[in-house]
Design a protein around this ligand. Structure first.
Ligand SMILES: [Fe+2]
Length: 434
């Protein structure tokens, strides 16, 4: 998921002890996520969109070191003054940095060096926590939320890396099979609210990124959303019906993409990580190659594929307003989200008050362009730099995935990716106009 900045009107209401605890639990989870990786696993970059696991570990640490320790703790000395060049992602205000596609060249510092860096910064953060929370609690919270976003990226980047290895290594052993295999509910349509809706983070949210603000009214036309995400079984029907070969189903850019896959070398005929054909499909997972489960939500599809499927199904993608109105008041801690290191993978879930998997499982593409809400103001300073500056040529996804740390998402949360990208756990839920 994308990194985003916050604004000063977030509400870090937790006590210093609670915040220190949240900080430590978040840091420990990142470390747990790389337990099974060797030095090379943690260093290699499989494509420019992805980053090495070691870089994620160091960059999230650089964030705390730069925006909290360096800026707000008198006398703090950088762990290594050469490293900000390596681990600044794209903050222009922080100066020159290593080009993104070259992150995989960092065979030094080693993974052990990076873990030492983490320990150094964690100790300094915990010592300074009371001081930092007095005046900069929103930045501490932002650093925690930022690291949670990178935990999901770390998993999806490792998955991509391992998928490119002909041996198909497993990041973790598969979860034990359930005694009764989960089945997806039959497709049903649930009418959404019509008329004026309040969109955006409200005063009840303890934290929100700046792109969720301000709350504002938006008009909802009559519509209905599917009770659950589209399944792998339904996707196989789309493939069998020549969905990937029927130009009329595709947006023009999408049709170009399907036929040339951006670089013009490869055509697209199935979700990312699928191989096989007919009714016999396998997919690469964090537990290695596995049979495609027809009951599980489809994942690793681009916006173009989601849009073409919706057209094929006689439906459309939801707007992000419709999605948010459906999610309002529902438990954002529910559903399949990341609780501990392991082989995150989508699976069929039961409905809760009508909807299955609104939160977690797979990010749901919406048909909404990623643009600012009316009255949007980016945060002041460097941490406000990049949310607004990425508001072109991307589409919004909602709901979180099986690799999103539990507690990280909420009704107003806006994730965003370019329409061809599909290495995140991306899926879709159908919508209809009434
Ligand atoms: Fe980041």
């Amino acid at each position: 998921m994308k990194e985003q900045s916050s604004r000063a009107d977030v509400r870090p209401a937790l006590s210093p002890g609670d915040m220190a605890d949240r900080f430590q639990r978040t840091r420990h989870l990142s470390r747990d996520l790389v337990q099974g990786l060797n030095e090379a696993d943690a260093a290699v970059q499989s494509m420019p969109d992805a980053s090495p696991a070691k870089w994620h570990l160091a960059h999230t640490t650089w964030f705390f070191e730069t925006f909290l320790l360096r800026d707000h703790v008198p006398g703090y000395r950088l762990h290594d003054p050469r490293w900000p060049f390596l681990f600044n992602s794209y903050y222009e205000a922080e100066g020159a940095r290593l080009a993104r596609p070259e992150r995989g060249l960092l065979t030094r510092p080693t993974l052990a060096d990076v873990l030492d860096y983490r320990a150094h910064v964690e100790a300094a953060m915990l010592e300074a926590m009371p001081l930092l929370l007095e005046r900069h609690g929103e930045l501490v919270e932002l650093g925690i939320q930022h690291e949670q976003q990178h935990q999901e990226l770390l998993l999806t980047d490792i998955k991509h890396l391992f998928s490119r290895n002909p041996l198909g290594p497993a990041y973790a052993a598969p979860s034990p099979p359930a005694s009764t295999p989960a089945r997806s509910a039959p497709l049903r349509w649930i009418e959404g609210p019509e008329g004026l809706a309040e969109i955006g983070a409200g005063p009840d949210e303890r934290f929100a990124f700046d792109n969720e603000l301000p709350r504002h009214p938006a008009w909802l036309a009559p519509h209905a959303l599917a009770n659950r995400p589209v399944t792998n079984g339904e996707w196989i029907e789309f493939i069998a019906d020549q969905g990937y070969g029927t130009a009329a189903l595709w947006l023009s850019d999408g049709w170009d993409w399907v036929r040339g896959a951006a670089g013009g070398l490869e055509t697209v005929s199935a979700p990312l990580y699928w191989r096989g054909g007919g009714r016999q499909w396998e997919q690469f997972t964090l537990a290695g190659w596995q049979d495609v489960d027809p009951e599980a939500p489809v994942t690793h599809i681009s916006f173009y594929e989601a849009d073409a499927f919706a057209t094929w199904a006689g439906a459309r993608l939801p707007t992000e307003h419709e999605w948010e109105a459906a999610a309002r008041g529902r438990d954002p801690l529910g559903g399949l989200q990341l609780d501990r290191a392991g082989p995150a993978a989508p699976r069929a879930e039961e409905e809760v008050d009508g909807f299955a998997s609104l939160y977690g499982n797979v990010w749901e593409w919406t048909g909404s362009a990623y643009r600012p809400w009316p009255g949007y103001r980016p945060a002041a300073g460097a941490v406000g730099e990049y949310n607004g500056k990425f508001m072109s040529s991307q589409f919004v996804l909602r709901g979180g995935s099986c690799a999103t740390p539990r507690g990280h998402v909420r009704p107003s949360y806006r994730n965003f990716f370019h329409p061809h990208q599909r290495w995140q756990f991306t899926g879709l839920r159908l919508a209809r106009s009434l």
